[in-house]
Design a protein around this ligand. Structure first.
Ligand SMILES: NC(=O)c1ccc[n+]([C@@H]2O[C@H](COP(=O)([O-])OP(=O)(O)OC[C@H]3O[C@@H](n4cnc5c(N)ncnc54)[C@H](OP(=O)(O)O)[C@@H]3O)[C@@H](O)[C@H]2O)c1
Length: 316
């Protein structure tokens, strides 16, 4: 008799369970991977908030989703600009007043290899948009996530997903606490290094969040969506940037729907918690042990958490 487990079936949108009664937020849900993620959740009857900076782009996206679904989906706009930490904290605070629960948070919005520039908060754009704002948003929503989890007997309904990238491994080996903006990083790879650094921080954050709160029913995951044809732009003028642009344009075989599968699996599948809470997933629905050195580095992850908390504490 063989003790071998049968391979898990590949996850498809039709495997998303009915989400009636669920409330979800997808950041950057108006475009690319986030658009498809939002649409699929809403088509399974979740109420979904698109947290984004442009009311007009979100309204257009909602119209397109309603047309695709052939009905009016339960979709809403939540205004926030990840380049403005005060607006991120305010959005989370307003949301917590407006809704009595939050089951799924998908931190999907991001920018890639944009030129070095400081935000009004004084942080380099990529570290702020891809990580610090995600931390501020999630931490401000944490009381609501925890109170939602306390209402259910199951320990895996409330989930946070950080959409990260395999390019995290192109960044530095660890978090640059002495120079979070990576001001001193120069050369052909500097924009990619900063992108990788910001995504590494988001991978570590999901693990730390899971370590701290999974026993109270809030679980977290990070994932790479694949190389996807989306609106994600690299503005890097170097040869490296041009290569990535060409790759995104011609070699990306995945559609935004393909790219949404990992997020959808981690947010909704009953199989996800057993596969690896806190872990980093690659397409499709597979744990990538390449990130394990970061995930097991509890000292740095805890330090990053505390450092980010001190940044959050300074936001009015
Ligand atoms: N595409 C890929 O091959 C790939 C590979 C690895 C990882 N990823 C990750 O996947 C995620 C989704 O990217 P995508 O490919 O779907 O790109 P996309 O089509 O450009 O979508 C990015 C989303 O992020 C939003 N966003 C950017 N800056 C923001 C800000 N300051 N405030 C609020 N929202 C902001 C954008 O809003 P606007 O429409 O207002 O700009 C947009 O909705 C990103 O985190 C990206 O790093 C993508």
């Amino acid at each position: 008799m063989s003790c071998k487990q049968a391979p898990l079936p590949e996850f498809t949108p039709s495997d998303i369970p009915d989400l009636t009664g669920y409330v979800a937020i997808v950041t950057g849900g108006n475009s690319g991977i986030g658009f498809e993620t939002t649409k699929q959740l809403a088509m399974r009857n979740a109420r979904v908030y698109i947290a984004s900076r442009s009311q007009q782009r979100v309204d257009e996206a909602i119209s397109q989703m309603n047309v695709a679904a052939g009905r009016s989906l339960d979709l809403h706009f939540l205004q926030m600009d990840l380049q403005d930490l005060q607006s991120v904290k305010l959005a989370a605070t307003l949301f917590a007043h407006q809704e009595s629960h939050l089951d799924i948070l998908i931190n999907n919005a991001g920018v890639m290899t944009v030129p070095f520039k400081l935000t009004k908060d004084g942080y380099e754009t990529q570290i702020q948009v891809n990580f610090l704002a995600l931390f501020v948003f999630t931490t401000t929503l944490l009381p609501l996530l925890l109170s939602t989890a306390s209402r259910y007997n199951t320990r895996d309904r409330v989930r946070v997903i950080n959409v990260c990238s395999d390019l995290a491994f192109m960044g530095p080996k660890t978090i640059q606490f002495d120079d979070l903006n990576m001001t001193n990083t120069k050369g052909m790879m500097e924009l990619m290094q900063r992108y990788g650094h910001s995504k590494q921080a988001a991978i570590r954050h999901a693990k730390e969040l899971n370590d701290r709160y999974s026993h109270q029913g809030v679980t977290a995951y990070s994932c790479h969506p694949g190389i996807v044809r989306s609106n994600l732009q690299t503005h890097d003028p170097t040869i490296m940037g041009k290569t990535v642009r060409t790759l995104m344009k011609y070699a990306a075989s995945m559609t935004p729907l393909d790219g949404s599968i990992n997020s959808l699996f981690l947010a909704t599948s009953p199989l996800a918690p057993g596969k690896g809470q806190g872990k980093f997933f690659i397409p499709v629905t597979k744990v990538n042990p390449k990130a394990d050195d970061w995930l097991n580095d509890r000292e740095t992850n805890a330090r990053l958490w505390e450092h980010s908390l001190s940044i959050l504490a300074q936001i009015p």
